[in-house]
Design a protein around this ligand. Sequence first.
Ligand SMILES: *[C@@H]1O[C@H](CO)[C@@H](O)[C@H](O)[C@H]1NC(C)=O
Ligand SMILES: *[C@@H]1O[C@H](CO)[C@@H](O)[C@H](O)[C@H]1NC(C)=O
Ligand SMILES: *[C@@H]1O[C@H](CO)[C@@H](O)[C@H](O)[C@H]1NC(C)=O
Ligand SMILES: *[C@@H]1O[C@H](CO)[C@@H](O)[C@H](O)[C@H]1NC(C)=O
Ligand SMILES: *[C@@H]1O[C@H](CO)[C@@H](O)[C@H](O)[C@H]1NC(C)=O
Ligand SMILES: *[C@@H]1O[C@H](CO)[C@@H](O)[C@H](O)[C@H]1NC(C)=O
Ligand SMILES: *[C@@H]1O[C@H](CO)[C@@H](O)[C@H](O)[C@H]1NC(C)=O
Ligand SMILES: *[C@@H]1O[C@H](CO)[C@@H](O)[C@H](O)[C@H]1NC(C)=O
Ligand SMILES: *[C@@H]1O[C@H](CO)[C@@H](O)[C@H](O)[C@H]1NC(C)=O
Ligand SMILES: *[C@@H]1O[C@H](CO)[C@@H](O)[C@H](O)[C@H]1NC(C)=O
Length: 503
Amino acid sequence: MQRTELIIVFLLHSFILIIGKECIISEDDSKTLICSDNQYITSNLTYYLSTFSNITQLSIMHSYLTAMPDLYNNNQVITLHLDNNHIELITENYSSIEYLYLTSNHIYTLHQTNLHYPKLKLLDLSYNPIEHIIQNFFTEQQFPQLKILKLTNALKYINPYILDNRLISFSPLKYLNEIYFDENDLEEFSCSKTPTYIQWNLPINLKKFSLAKNKLISFDTNCFLQISNITELDLHSNLLKNFSNSTLTLPHLSKLRLDHNLFTNIPSNLLYLSQELNELDLSANPLKLKDIKPRKQYVFPPSLKILYLNLTISDLSCLLFENLIELEQLHLVNLTTTKLKNCIFKKLTKLKTLNLSNHHLKTIDEQVFRPLLSRKQLDKLDITSHFLYCNSCSLRWLNEFLKSQNTTQVNCLDQQNKQILLNTLDVSSCRSSYGIFITTVLVLFSTVFLLCIILLFYTCKHRKLRFSNFQPVYHMVPLQHYEDRIYQNTTEDMTNDNVMLVT
Ligand SMILES: *[C@@H]1O[C@H](CO)[C@@H](O)[C@H](O)[C@H]1NC(C)=O
Ligand SMILES: *[C@@H]1O[C@H](CO)[C@@H](O)[C@H](O)[C@H]1NC(C)=O
Ligand SMILES: *[C@@H]1O[C@H](CO)[C@@H](O)[C@H](O)[C@H]1NC(C)=O
Ligand SMILES: *[C@@H]1O[C@H](CO)[C@@H](O)[C@H](O)[C@H]1NC(C)=O
Ligand SMILES: *[C@@H]1O[C@H](CO)[C@@H](O)[C@H](O)[C@H]1NC(C)=O
Ligand SMILES: *[C@@H]1O[C@H](CO)[C@@H](O)[C@H](O)[C@H]1NC(C)=O
Ligand SMILES: *[C@@H]1O[C@H](CO)[C@@H](O)[C@H](O)[C@H]1NC(C)=O
Ligand SMILES: *[C@@H]1O[C@H](CO)[C@@H](O)[C@H](O)[C@H]1NC(C)=O
Ligand SMILES: *[C@@H]1O[C@H](CO)[C@@H](O)[C@H](O)[C@H]1NC(C)=O
Ligand SMILES: *[C@@H]1O[C@H](CO)[C@@H](O)[C@H](O)[C@H]1NC(C)=O
C-alpha cells in the first residue's frame, strides 16, 4: 500500500516537472522541450535532459542559468534558446546546434579560443554587456559555418583599451552573410586603421549589414572596401547628414535604409552607388525637396522600385521623380505639404502603389492624379486622412472615374473615421451636398451683399451728417424711418440706388 502511494507521488511529481509550468514537451512529436521561469531546473540539469535524448529543439529561458548546459546526451538538438538567464561566459561545445540564442544574459567577454561549433549558422548575442572580445574569437576554426551574427545592444560596454590592437575582426568568417550592430550607441564606425577608435574588420562575403539605431554622425567608407558585394545596408536612426563620398560604388547594393537621420539633401552619390538599387528609405529626414536644381543628372537612381519618403515636411519638386520609370511603390505617408504640383507623378509610368495616408492635402486634384490613374497601372492609392474625407466633393471626379474603370483600390476615411474603399460610396450623396453647398454660398453671398449696402448707407449718412454744415441735405430720411423700411421691404429695395434719398 505504501509503495503504491509512493509511486503515485513520484508520478505526480514528474508530471508537474514535465507538463507543469517548468518544462513542457511538445505533444505532437516529442521533439521540443520548453522550460521557463524555473529556478530549480539548474540542480541536476544534465541528468534531467538526458531523459529527453531525442529532442531537436530546447528552450531554457528565464531560468537563472549561470552557465551553459552540458548537452552531452542531447546530440540531436538543432535549435537552442538560452535567453534571459545569467550566463556569463561561452564555455560549452555544441556539435549539433545550428541556431543558438543567448540574448539577455550577462555575457561580458568572448574570451575562449578552444570552442568548436561545427554546424552553427546563427548566433544571437544581443542584449549582453560585452566588454571584451579577444582577437581570435570569431575564427573559421571555431565557427566554420556561421552565416548570421546578431550583436544588437551587446557592445555598449565594449572597452577599446583592453582590445588587442583596438581591433574587432570578423573577417575570418568566410560564410558570414548578415551582421547586426544595432542599438550600440556607436558614434564611430571606422575601418581605416586610425588609432583613436575601435577598428572593425568585416567579413568579405557580407551581404546584409546593419548599424541601425546608433549615434553615427559619419561612416567610414573604407569599411566597404572589405564588403563590396553587399546587397542590404541599414543605417536608419542615426545622426547622419551626408552619405560619404562620390567615388564609392557598391555594385550589388539593392536595399538601403537611411531613414530617421539628419539628411537635408538627397545624397548626390546615390546615383552612382549602385546600378541595382531597388529599395530606398529616406523617410523622416529634414529633406528640402522643393527647389531641387535641375542638375545634369537626376536625383534618385533610375533602378528604384520602392521608395519611402514618409514624414517629409517639404514641398516636392517635379524633378524629384523625373527619371523613376521603374518605380512601383511610392510611400509618402504623413506628407505635410498642402498641394501637389500637376507634374509630380507624370513620369511614374509603372507605379502600382501610392500611399499618401495622413496627408495634409486640401484636394485630390484631378490634374495631378488622373494621368496616374488613366494608365491603369496603379492598383492601390491610399488617401486616408483627417484632412480629407471620402465624402469630400473634391473626390467626386475620382469616385466617378473609379466607377467607370474599376481597377484601382482607393482607401479613404468615412465620417466615422473608418477606412473604406472610395468607390463603395454613393456619389449622389455628394451631389445633394454639393447642392446644399451652392445654396449656402448663394445665401452667404446675398447676406454679405446686404450688409455691404447697409454699411455703405451708414458711411454715406455719417459723412453727410458730418459735413452737414457745408451742405445741408434737405431730403434725408430720418434713420429710424429708414431702418423700418429695410425690415419691412424686400432686398429689391436695397439694390435700388435711390433708396438712400427719398424725394
Ligand atoms: C544527477 O542525478 C543522477 C541520477 O539521480 C545522479 O546519478 C548524479 O550523480 C546527479 N548529479 C549531480 C551533479 O547531482
Ligand atoms: C528516441 O527515438 C527512437 C527512434 O526514433 C526511439 O526508439 C526511442 O524510444 C526514442 N527515445 C525517447 C527517449 O523518446
Ligand atoms: C571543443 O571541441 C574542441 C575540438 O573538438 C576541443 O579541442 C575543445 O577542447 C573543446 N572545448 C571545450 C570547452 O570543451
Ligand atoms: C562578389 O560577387 C561576384 C559575383 O557574384 C563574385 O565573383 C566575387 O567573388 C564576389 N566577391 C566577394 C569578395 O565575395
Ligand atoms: C560628412 O559630414 C561629416 C560630419 O558633418 C563631415 O565631417 C564630413 O566631412 C562629411 N563628409 C563629406 C564627404 O562631405
Ligand atoms: C572616398 O572613398 C575612397 C575609396 O572608396 C577613399 O579612398 C577615399 O579616402 C574616400 N574619401 C573620403 C573623403 O572619405
Ligand atoms: C512608411 O510607410 C509605409 C507604409 O506605406 C510603412 O510600411 C513604413 O514602415 C513607413 N516607414 C517609416 C520609416 O515610417
Ligand atoms: C502620422 O500622422 C498621423 C495622423 O496625423 C499621426 O497620428 C502619426 O503619429 C504620424 N506619424 C508620425 C510618425 O509622426
Ligand atoms: C499606408 O500607410 C499606412 C501607414 O503606414 C498604413 O497603415 C497603410 O496600410 C498603408 N496603405 C496601404 C494601401 O499600403
Ligand atoms: C469590378 O470589380 C469587382 C471586383 O474586382 C468585380 O466583382 C466587378 O464585376 C467589376 N465590375 C466591372 C464593371 O468590371
